[in-house]
Design a protein around this ligand. Structure first.
Ligand SMILES: C[S@@+](CC[C@H](N)C(=O)[O-])C[C@H]1O[C@@H](n2cnc3c(N)ncnc32)[C@H](O)[C@@H]1O
Length: 382
């Protein structure tokens, strides 16, 4: 890291950033940087330049910030980090206990005095540089957070990768989730980023679980405790619009056959178990009590999902489906599915459609049977 951040390192990275780094041009770029910066610094500078380019997808200043491959992969998306940091706005001080290169720390520092703590010296060096790039003053401390007894306002984002694979078991978070949650009784406020698929039932009831999606993509869940909790147990937040759905006591939805319209709820709604609330809001019903497709007679505008007009519903079977899809001149097939083992790719191969129109099929269950719905996206104002 020190080599990369030295004047020679910065010059080599700047040189590499000025080259064509597309995969096809990577080899000549690598040779040019190696020739200019030498065999040790050259590859490091090239990698850093590639990471900076990739980081723009996560952070508007991504190409000015400094990364490692794993730190970039683990870093929160900027829009999500900013949304989360807002709950700490005005705090006297907020500790980011697992700050890495600053994906959360820097947005936190923009709303309250923040201190970053991490065990990894290299990442702390990059975090310091990133704070400097953004003109923020952020003290950084190298420490094992499991040895701390923190007070006040705390945010934590434990590592969830093990051997390059996502870890779903909360006990294998580093630091362990139970250690982080154990701080709560002594804190004013706690926010912990966790995997969106975390088992809600296994979490202490005093926590709010917020599931966040960005442009329809579920990014993460956040556990909120102390004064950072907003009240509800479950929250779905849809970014960038900032629409927030919470667990009002919605009645158990009716289960009925498909109607004229079908709503595919946003993943944050599904993961936060708030489909019943959307059913209530749109005056709809479910096709199956365990499946998150909502039906209704009208496509009531909602930000919490995407409406489709149902053109037809058929019992699932290859032959009748092929026949009906051919009647639509179907070619490229968009397959949406819940509650069925059918593999879209296999289905496409088996159907052998050669028409000219893109058609969407929803495969799911209704009244205990597999059904296929031929649908068309509806544009409604949200
Ligand atoms: C998922 S990353 C944090 C990413 C960060 N929130 C971001 O958006 O850039 C987890 C971090 O926890 C740090 N970490 C893991 N165990 C730790 C411990 N016991 N003490 C301090 N830091 C630790 C790792 O070094 C890593 O940087």
């Amino acid at each position: 890291m020190r080599l990369l951040l030295s004047p020679a390192g910065r010059a080599a990275v700047a040189l590499a950033q000025g080259l064509d780094l597309s995969p096809a041009a990577r080899l000549p770029a690598a040779e040019a940087v190696r020739a200019a910066a030498g065999p040790e610094l050259g590859p490091l500078a090239l990698e850093q330049a590639v990471l900076k380019g990739r980081a723009r997808a996560k952070h508007p200043d991504g190409d000015r910030l400094w990364w490692t491959g794993e730190a970039l992969e683990q870093a929160s998306s900027y829009a999500v980090a900013v949304h989360r940091a807002a709950r700490f706005a005005g705090a006297e001080r907020v500790l980011d206990l697992c700050c890495s290169v600053g994906g959360d720390l820097l947005p936190l520092a923009a709303v309250a005095p923040a201190v970053g703590v991490d065990l990894d010296e290299g990442r702390l060096l990059l975090a310091a540089e990133n704070a400097r790039v953004l003109g923020l003053d952020v003290p950084l401390v190298r420490a094992d957070v499991t040895r701390l007894d923190p007070r006040g306002h705390v945010f934590a984002d434990p590592a969830r990768r093990s051997g390059g694979r996502r870890v779903f078991d909360a006990r294998s978070y580093t630091p362990r989730l139970d250690v982080v949650l154990g701080w709560l009784p002594h804190l004013d406020a706690l926010g912990v980023k966790v995997a969106p698929g975390i088992d809600h039932e296994a979490l202490p009831p005093e926590l709010e679980v917020e599931v966040v999606s960005l442009r329809g993509d579920v990014k993460e869940a956040v556990l909120w405790g102390g004064s950072a909790r907003r009240g509800p147990r479950r929250t779905a937040t849809l970014l960038p619009g900032g629409h927030v759905l919470t667990d009002a006591a919605a009645p158990v939805p009716d289960v009925r056959p498909p109607g004229q319209y079908l709503l595919d709820p946003d993943g944050a709604v599904v993961r936060s178990h708030l489909v019943a609330e959307v059913v209530r809001q749109v005056g709809g019903w479910l096709l199956d009590e365990t499946i998150a497709y909502v039906c209704a007679d009208e496509p009531v505008p909602t930000p919490y999902g995407r409406w489709y007009a149902v053109r037809e519903t058929l019992p699932f079977g290859l032959k009748p489906l092929r026949e009906r899809l051919r009647a639509y001149d179907a070619g490229p097939l968009v397959v949406k599915k819940r509650g069925t083992a059918v593999e879209p790719e296999v289905l496409r191969r088996q159907l052998k459609l050669a028409g000219s129109r893109e058609v969407t099929v929803v495969l799911t269950r209704s009244a205990g049977r597999q059904v296929a719905l031929i649908v068309e996206a509806v544009r409604t104002p949200s």
